[in-house]
Design a protein around this ligand. Structure first.
Ligand SMILES: NC(=O)c1ccc[n+]([C@@H]2O[C@H](COP(=O)([O-])OP(=O)(O)OC[C@H]3O[C@@H](n4cnc5c(N)ncnc54)[C@H](O)[C@@H]3O)[C@@H](O)[C@H]2O)c1
Length: 337
């Protein structure tokens, strides 16, 4: 294996540009070798000041570039499948932003392609697992420090949504992170999803019912609920309360200085995910690089990407029917056990 990753970043939009910055400034053991974007001017802007990096207009060009030995995929989700299959065929380390792919069938195809390859090459960009508080709660749960975990209460609140953010995207783009977090916390698969649509905010765009209440069960009967509220106006907040036999734990509350001044007390609400999870993205990408240099992966697998896609499929079905919908999973290949 090589001693440095020469990464091609495919997609230089919001996430891609952020990852390019961290790869070229804060991450050890990796360099940006190429940036690909259909909008070549975006790729060119992204490589400014990065010695030796080239701007390209197609993923194929990057994958066939002899100077590239790893790939970070940050294009919109519907483009992931094709790039993943080509990168797997090259047998190089892959960091794929979530979702693995946008539907269960294509996600299963990726799992099967990796199984055929015989070793794990794909790490999926579920960054919450690398947040210090998520990791600490995970350790409490797995160590049984407070007895058995009984329930999880999640809140996922965004100030507003971009144009075109559909009702299904509340599940596929937002609650997908909660599906992964709940699977990470419990170490179990989610077995069913129900979605309840209650009173809606007047601040949601036409066609989007906001907020929604998502109810989940895991294999051993841990119950979890998610308030997904994407036009909450006040700021960005992602928090969890965990109920154990011997205690209650909260994570994700606002951090930072608590100030009393001029007749007021309080602090600031985080504006968005970059600020809330900036440190977690750094740890995630460093973990990927360190593991890739050992020929391994350092985080969520293609199976995790597939399982969350199955949860999303059940979630969207539940959104439409109001029924409790079973999550349908194929048998987990040995590669992921
Ligand atoms: N982990 C997280 O917290 C998180 C947060 C936001 C987005 N994401 C994920 O990151 C991915 C990118 O999202 P984003 O918000 O950066 O999107 P974006 O629209 O800001 O950026 C996507 C970029 O891909 C480029 N692109 C489109 N087609 C391409 C092609 N065929 N080849 C090369 N480049 C192409 C676009 O020109 C654009 O620059 C998505 O999968 C999204 O779900 C993850």
């Amino acid at each position: 294996m090589t001693d440095i990753l020469r990464v091609a970043v495919i997609g230089a939009g919001r996430m891609g540009a952020d990852h390019i910055k961290r790869l070229s400034t804060r991450i050890h053991g990796a360099e940006v070798a190429a940036v690909v974007d259909v909008d070549l001017s975006r790729a060119q802007a992204a490589i400014e000041g990065i010695p030796g990096a080239v701007a390209l207009a197609s993923a194929d060009e990057a994958l066939n570039n002899g100077d590239v030995n790893a790939v970070l995929i940050a294009t919109p989700g519907f483009l992931h499948e094709e790039i993943l299959l080509k990168a797997l065929a090259k047998d190089i380390p892959i960091l794929c932003e979530k979702p693995l792919t946008p539907d269960v069938e294509s996600a299963w195809k990726i799992v099967q392609a990796e199984e055929k390859l015989g070793h794990k090459r794909i790490q999926v960009g579920f960054m919450r697992r690398f947040d210090a508080e998520y990791a600490a709660l995970g350790q409490l749960i797995h160590g049984h420090d407070l007895g058995e975990l009984l329930m999880l209460h999640h809140q996922h609140r965004n100030p507003t949504t971009p144009p075109g953010f559909t009702n299904e995207m509340l599940i596929n783009d937002s609650v997908v992170h909660e599906f992964d977090a709940i699977r990470f916390f419990t170490g179990e698969e989610i077995t069913s999803v129900q979605v309840r649509l209650g009173k809606a905010t007047r601040n949601a765009p036409a066609g989007q019912h906001d907020p929604q209440h998502v109810l989940l069960e895991t294999e051993t009967g841990v119950l979890a609920d998610v308030e997904i509220f994407v036009n909450a106006k006040f700021g960005y907040e992602v928090a969890t309360q965990a109920s154990f036999e011997d205690g209650i734990v909260n994570i994700g509350g606002d951090k930072g200085p608590y100030t009393r001044s001029a007749g007021h007390w309080g602090g600031n609400v985080t504006p968005g995910f970059e600020e809330r999870f900036g440190a977690a993205y750094d740890v995630e990408i460093q973990s990927w690089v360190d593991a890739a240099l050992r020929g391994e992966i350092g985080g969520p697998t293609a199976w995790d990407g597939y399982a969350t896609a199955a949860c999303c499929e059940a979630g969207v079905e539940a959104q439409k029917s109001g029924e409790k919908v079973k999550v349908r999973l194929n048998i987990k290949p040995d590669l992921y056990n």
